[in-house]
Design a protein around this ligand. Structure first.
Ligand code: URA
Length: 439
């Protein structure tokens, strides 16, 4: 085969064979197809799209570019969760231990934050010593022993995705449904799971801001996951406003520990319980959604979820003292308050703007190689629907310096909308797809 023929076929709107797709993907992972031809091919895919069959072949080829973790020695249905990312989206740290405490194994491979959306690995690394890079043998052993491991993608998992994603990033070819779906699902399939719960977010703080785009992504992900033999349930959820009351790595770990102690904010608890229930439902066939919700709530109320989280932190080298006393998590030297300029109701806290302001403080990264500061971020003293008087705190800024706070004040002023009447409450869960529709 020749790369130029495959590029031309796609450029002209043709449908590629699984063999052609597998050949290009193999060329991406072994370096035999140069970056300029891979880039041209990616652009042809972006412009001409792929059929569901082509997308399935691409996913399969990307899985086969590396190892597929064999978790057959771990009894039970292995279930993971993937979120398309949002601001203050910290559910993984709660649901992984909660679901594991309910007896469903959770082998979770997560990513880092990029742009205004946070990443699970950055949050975990705000716990001193926490190792997110385990070998696959360590990963397998921990899932067998504790029912859960929380790690980053290893070099062996879907290496073709790393090459292709890096090229997409610099060739304006990220926003393509088949490329996004194959990228996300190849990594999930390769980690050895049987079932997957998807949280597809929409709104200003999401990857897909428009609901129809997020819905199309959710439909495509569900269709592809089903084709690939995974049991899949998905939620379409609102990300116009941050989830919970914290944005920033250590602040978010603290909030997750609060949830595991039974004291988290209502929206975060609601989503964690719903996602956990879906995972439990997939992992324990015959369980109803109500039983799944009850099991998740019981794991929180009994402390079993918190104990599971402590064991995971300990096993991965993290300082459990920081979980027992969250005041010892990294703390920023400066705390200043953004107050209400007038009396009214908080009508909107723009998640996208707050996420970008958090990146400016150092909580996130603008480029993949940037370092993050675990201590900085925002605490929301008031959220949508709250009544505030002039001068009341709305956002507590945790920063490295007063100059940094001054730098984000204009963004906060734009992110916060006050109104004379209370806003209508928008539901957090907008729709249910895949098996979630029937549950
Ligand atoms: N996340 C991924 O892992 N891949 C994409 O292409 C987009 C989001």
């Amino acid at each position: 085969m020749r790369a130029v023929d495959i590029i031309r076929a796609k450029r002209d709107g043709g449908v590629l064979t699984p063999e052609q797709i597998a050949w290009m993907v193999a060329g991406a992972s072994d370096g035999s197809v140069p970056a300029y031809q891979l880039s041209a091919w990616l652009m042809a895919v972006w412009l001409r799209d792929m059929t569901p069959e082509e997308t399935a072949a691409l996913t399969e080829a990307m899985v086969r570019s590396g190892v597929r973790v064999d978790l057959s020695s771990v009894p039970g249905v292995k279930v993971d969760k993937h979120s398309t990312g949002g601001v203050g989206d910290k559910t993984s740290l709660v649901i992984a231990p909660v679901v594991a405490a309910c007896g469903v194994p959770v082998p979770m491979m997560s990513g880092r934050g990029l742009g205004h959306t946070g990443g699970t690995l950055d949050k975990l690394e705000s716990i001193r010593g926490f190792r997110t890079r385990l070998t696959l043998d360590e990963f397998r052993a921990q899932v067998a022993d504790l029912g859960c491991a929380l790690i980053g993608q290893t070099d062996e998992v879907a290496p073709a995705d790393r090459t292709l994603y890096a090229l997409r990033d610099v060739t304006a070819t990220v926003e393509s449904l088949p490329l996004i779906c194959a990228s996300i699902l190849s990594k999930k399939i390769a980690e050895g799971i049987d079932a997957l719960v998807l949280d597809v977010k929409t709104g200003s703080g999401a990857f897909m801001t428009r609901e129809e785009d997020a819905r199309a992504l959710a439909d495509a992900l569900v269709g592809l996951a089903e084709r690939s033999g995974l049991k899949v349930a998905a939620l379409l959820t609102q990300m116009d406003e941050p989830l919970g009351r914290t944005i920033g790595n250590a602040l978010e770990v603290r909030e997750c520990v609060d949830v595991l102690r039974g004291a988290g904010p209502a929206d975060l608890v609601e989503l964690c319980v719903e996602l956990s229930a879906l995972m439990i439902r997939l992992g324990r066939p015959g369980t109803t959604m109500d039983e799944g919700r009850a099991a998740a709530l019981e794991a929180i109320a009994s402390g079993a979820g918190l104990q599971a989280f402590r064991r995971i932190v300990e096993r991965q080298g993290g300082d459990v003292g920081m979980i027992d006393d969250t005041a010892t998590l990294p703390r920023a030297p400066v705390r200043e308050v953004f107050t209400a300029p007038r009396a009214g109701y908080v009508a909107r806290l723009d998640a996208g703007l707050l996420g970008r302001a958090a990146v400016v403080l150092g909580a996130g990264r603008a480029r993949a190689e940037d370092a993050v500061d675990p201590a900085v971020g925002f605490e929301l003293a008031a959220v949508s629907g709250d009544r505030v008087e002039a001068g009341d705190p709305i956002v507590v800024v945790h920063a490295r310096s007063s100059a940094d706070v001054a730098g984000v004040r204009p963004m906060l002023a734009e992110a916060v909308t006050l109104a004379d009447t209370a806003p209508a409450r928008r539901p957090l869960i907008l729709d249910r797809l895949g098996l979630a529709r029937e549950m």
